[in-house]
Write a protein that binds this ligand. Structure first.
Ligand code: F6R
Length: 246
């Protein structure tokens, strides 16, 4: 595991975009799993602007969804799918066949999980997984206590996630369950990047980097991944001493 700290959100986002571009340049048919949420927003803006300007070809890549709120339609503006569509898939002009997302409205969610597991294994696994971190240390919707050997699954959301998750929605939502890739997908991905920005993440980042590795704080398992990077801005790294500044 490497930890890189950047002076601000802008520099962090540029460096995360660089990593994604490096991955795609090395492997044009890469399988990418990119988180939704506030943190990677500027990364995607940077990435898609550079893709246009520098002619970076994403047309052979595959994109798999990380997670989704159960019961929220894909076209709801607060859904992870809508976010990815708006911030990545549309700006990169991807074709439908390149994109594989969870349908969190499906009546058979178990089947959604199986389909996603098969797509990922059929493509030879995930090349790059970019994840954010929840205020409770969750990764995707792998909530505190998640199983380390889990692939895609449906879970009851932690209270913190239910409350914090309201920020993505215009109206009050009942956010009770999530569908997510599992920690085994994370550990099997060829490269993992965890990003965090802002002082509100400083406390959980301290636990993630300095606390024991435990699925009670799912983000800590990133430390056991052989090719992982934790990329932070100064504010998120505030409570961790002794980190090298990038
Ligand atoms: C979103 C996701 C979540 C977020 C996390 C941080 O697809 O998987 O785990 O990455 O909750 O969200 P933000 O970036 O909004 O703080």
């Amino acid at each position: 595991m490497k930890v890189n700290v950047y002076p601000d959100y802008e520099t962090l986002s540029q460096n995360v975009a660089d990593e994604i571009i490096r991955c795609v340049r090395n492997k044009p048919d890469a399988v990418l799993c990119l988180a939704a949420g506030d943190t990677p927003r500027l990364t995607y803006e940077t990435l898609t602007a550079r893709a246009t300007k520098e002619g970076i070809d994403f047309s052979h890549c595959t994109f798999v969804g990380l997670d989704e709120w159960v019961g929220v339609p894909l076209d709801n503006e607060g859904s992870c799918s809508w976010f990815l569509q708006r911030h990545i898939f549309t700006p990169l002009s991807l074709s439908r066949s390149q994109i594989h997302l969870f349908d969190a409205m499906a009546s058979d969610l178990e089947n959604e999980c199986n389909k996603m597991n098969e797509i990922i294994s059929g493509k030879g696994g995930i090349d790059l997984m970019l994840v954010g971190i929840g205020m409770n240390g969750h990764i995707g919707f792998n909530e505190p206590g998640a199983l380390i050997d889990s692939y895609a699954h449906v879970i009851d959301l932690d209270n913190t996630t239910r409350t914090v998750g309201q920020k993505y929605f215009r109206q009050q939502m009942s956010l009770t369950r999530g569908i997510t890739l599992g920690l085994k997908h994370l550990m099997e991905a060829r490269q993992v990047i965890l990003i965090a920005s802002g002082e509100r993440k400083a406390e959980i980042i301290k636990h993630t980097l300095r606390g024991p590795v435990t699925t009670k704080v799912p983000a800590t398992v990133v430390r056991n991944h052989p090719n992982s990077m934790i990329m932070l801005d100064e504010a998120a790294a505030r409570w961790v001493k002794g980190l090298t500044r990038g």
